[in-house]
Design a protein around this ligand. Structure first.
Ligand SMILES: *[C@@H]1O[C@H](CO)[C@@H](O)[C@H](O)[C@H]1NC(C)=O
Length: 505
C-alpha cells in the first residue's frame, strides 16, 4: 500500500504543476509593455488592481510570475487593503481586463474613536474645526507615504515612519484583526522594490520562529512560520545595525526581484526598550546553501549546468543596469561564495547575503557608499583586491571581482559533477594551497605572486559539459579583471550548453 502512494502523490503534484506552468497572456499597463501591445506573458497569474491615490483612481494591470506567488495560497501580491486597494488575481488569458471598483474608505470609526471626548469647554467647535482637516491631512500624508515608497530607499521611509505622529497609527493599523487585511504589495504596481514598510513590520511581527538554521558573523538565521508557510529570518545583533540596514536597503532596490536572487520579504527593527532586535525576513529554501548542498550531494551533469546557469542569471541581473524610471542600478555583490548562494527546490540557485553590495549611479558615475578597502571573504578575493590594485572609483572593477569569485564557485560545483561514474569530494577553492581561514597575505602569495589557481583536471576535457565549465573558469580567473568574462556572456554560453545537452531549464 504505502509503496505506491508516494509515486501517485508525485503524479498529482506533477499534474498541478504542469497545469499552472502554462504560459498565460495578460493585459499590462506598465511602460515596458508598450512595445508588446500592452500585454505580457507569464507563467503565474494576471493581476488587476485599482487604488485610490490622492483621490484619483488608478487602474493597474500586470503579469505576476509564478515564483512571486508566495506564500502559496495567499500570495502577498494578490491581497488588497481595505479602503485603499482592490486587487484581483486570475489565471486565464486576459482575465485582468476587468475594471475593478475602488474600495470604499471606511475611516469614520477610526476618526471618531480616539478623539472627541465631548468636553464641555467652549473650544469644542474650534477643536473640531482643527482636528477634522488634520485627520484628512493625516490620511493624505499616508497615501503620500505609499507613493513615496516607489522612489525612496529604505532608510528614508524608515525615518519617515519613525517620526510619524502616533495619532495617525490607528488609521492604518486599526486592530489586530484588520492588520492582516492591510497586507498587499505596492511593488506589483511598478517599482518591484518590495512590500511597504509598515506591512513588512506587520508581517515580521507575526512570524513564529521555529529553529535556528545557521550562525554567522552578523548573528543568527532562523526558520520561521508565517501563515502556514516557511520563511527565513536573519537576526542581527544590535551592534550590527549598519549591516542590517545596508542589506535591507540593497534588497529593496527597485526592480531587484529575480528568481535567482533571494526573495526579500521584510525588514523590521523591534525596540523593546533595552535592546533592539533587527530582522531580515526572506524566502526559505530547505536545501540551504550551495556549500551545504555540495557537501552532501554530488550532482549530475544536468544539475551542474542548472546550478551554474542559474547562478550566472542571478549575477547577471544583479550586475545589469536597467535604464528608465522603473530601472535598476548596476549592483556588485562583493562577497560571492558558495556559502552565500542558496539552492532552491528546483535545483536553481538564489544569490543571497547582499550586505556588502555596492550600487552604481551611472548618471554621476559614482558608487552609493564609500567602498572600504578589502571586504568579503579572503579565500574568494580577486587578485586585484588582494594586492589592492583594484580601481575603487570604477564600478566595473567590482563586477570583475565578482566574476572571479563566480569562477571559484563553478570549480566547487564541477568537482561534484558525476561524469562517467567519477566525481571528486567537496573542497573549498585553494584547499590544497592555503590553510583554513587563510590570511590576506597567504592568499596574496598564492593568487598574485605564484599566480596559482584551482586545478582543472585533464579528464574534464573528455566530457563536453565539464570542458565548457573548465574553459569558463579559466576565463573568470584572469589576473587582469577587464579580460574576464561578463556574467551575461557566461549565461549565454551555458544556455547554449543546455541546448546541446538537451536539458530543460
Ligand atoms: C486586454 O487585452 C485584450 C487583447 O489584447 C484587448 O482586446 C482588451 O481591450 C484589453 N482590455 C483592456 C481593458 O485594456
Amino acid at each position: 500500500m504505502a509503496n505506491w502512494r508516494i509515486p501517485l502523490a508525485a503524479v498529482v503534484v506533477q499534474a498541478v504543476l504542469s497545469r499552472t506552468s502554462q504560459a498565460l497572456w495578460c493585459n499590462c499597463t506598465t511602460a515596458q509593455c508598450e512595445k508588446t501591445g500592452s500585454q505580457c506573458e507569464t507563467d503565474g497569474a494576471c493581476m488587476a488592481s485599482t487604488s485610490l491615490i490622492d483621490g484619483q483612481e488608478q487602474h493597474i494591470r500586470v503579469c505576476i510570475t509564478r515564483d512571486k506567488l508566495v506564500p502559496p495560497g495567499q500570495p502577498f501580491y494578490c491581497r488588497g487593503a481595505e479602503g485603499f486597494l482592490n486587487i484581483h488575481c486570475c489565471y486565464t488569458d486576459y482575465c485582468n481586463s476587468i475594471d475593478l471598483k475602488v474600495p470604499s474608505v471606511t475611516t469614520s470609526s477610526g476618526l471618531g474613536g480616539g478623539y472627541g471626548p465631548g468636553g464641555t469647554w467652549g473650544l469644542v467647535e474650534l477643536v473640531a474645526v482643527i482636528v477634522g482637516p488634520l485627520f484628512l491631512l493625516c490620511l493624505l500624508l499616508l497615501v503620500g507615504v505609499f507613493l513615496y515608497q516607489y522612489h525612496q530607499r529604505a532608510y528614508n521611509h524608515r525615518q519617515r515612519l519613525e517620526v510619524e505622529d502616533p495619532s495617525c497609527d490607528h488609521i492604518y493599523l486599526p486592530k489586530d484583526r484588520t492588520l492582516q487585511d492591510l497586507i498587499y504589495d505596492l511593488s506589483t504596481s511598478g517599482s518591484g522594490s518590495g512590500l511597504p514598510l509598515f506591512v513588512q513590520r506587520t508581517v515580521a511581527r507575526t512570524i513564529v520562529l521555529q529553529e535556528i538554521i545557521g550562525k554567522g558573523r552578523f548573528g543568527e538565521v532562523w526558520r520561521g512560520r508565517w501563515r502556514g508557510g516557511d520563511v527565513a529570518v536573519k537576526i542581527f545583533s544590535s551592534r550590527e545595525e549598519r549591516s542590517w540596514f545596508r542589506e535591507a536597503e540593497i534588497y529593496q532596490t527597485i526592480m531587484l526581484r529575480h528568481e535567482n536572487i533571494l526573495g526579500f520579504i521584510a525588514a523590521d527593527n523591534k525596540d523593546n526598550g533595552t535592546w533592539t532586535q533587527l530582522w531580515l525576513v526572506s524566502d526559505y529554501h530547505e536545501h540551504g546553501s550551495l556549500f551545504d548542498y555540495l557537501n552532501h550531494y554530488s550532482v549530475t551533469t544536468e544539475g551542474m549546468i542548472k546550478l551554474a546557469l542559474s547562478a550566472a542569471s542571478g549575477l547577471a541581473h544583479l550586475h545589469m543596469e536597467i535604464l528608465g524610471t522603473q530601472g535598476k542600478p548596476g549592483i556588485a555583490h562583493r562577497d560571492l561564495k558558495s556559502k552565500n548562494i542558496l539552492v532552491k527546490k528546483n535545483c536553481n540557485c538564489a544569490i543571497a547575503d547582499l550586505g556588502l553590495a555596492v550600487r552604481h549611479d551611472s548618471a554621476t558615475d559614482t558608487i552609493d557608499i564609500a567602498p572600504n578597502q578589502r571586504v568579503g571573504t579572503k579565500r574568494y578575493m580577486a587578485p586585484e583586491v588582494l594586492d589592492e590594485t583594484i580601481n575603487m572609483r570604477h564600478f566595473e572593477s567590482f563586477k570583475c571581482a565578482d566574476i572571479y569569485a563566480l569562477g571559484l564557485v563553478y570549480w566547487e560545483i564541477a568537482r561534484r559533477c558525476n561524469s562517467g561514474g567519477i566525481h571528486e569530494d567537496y573542497q573549498l577553492p585553494y584547499y590544497d594551497l592555503v590553510p583554513s581561514d587563510p590570511s590576506i597575505e597567504e592568499m596574496r602569495k598564492v593568487v598574485c605572486d605564484q599566480k596559482l589557481r584551482p586545478n582543472i583536471p585533464n579528464w574534464w576535457r573528455s566530457y563536453e559539459a565539464l570542458r565548457v565549465m573548465g574553459k569558463i573558469m579559466r576565463e573568470c580567473w584572469y589576473a587582469n579583471g577587464a579580460a574576464r568574462l561578463t556574467a551575461l556572456r557566461i549565461k549565454k554560453t551555458l544556455s547554449q550548453l543546455t541546448i546541446q545537452e538537451d536539458i530543460k531549464v
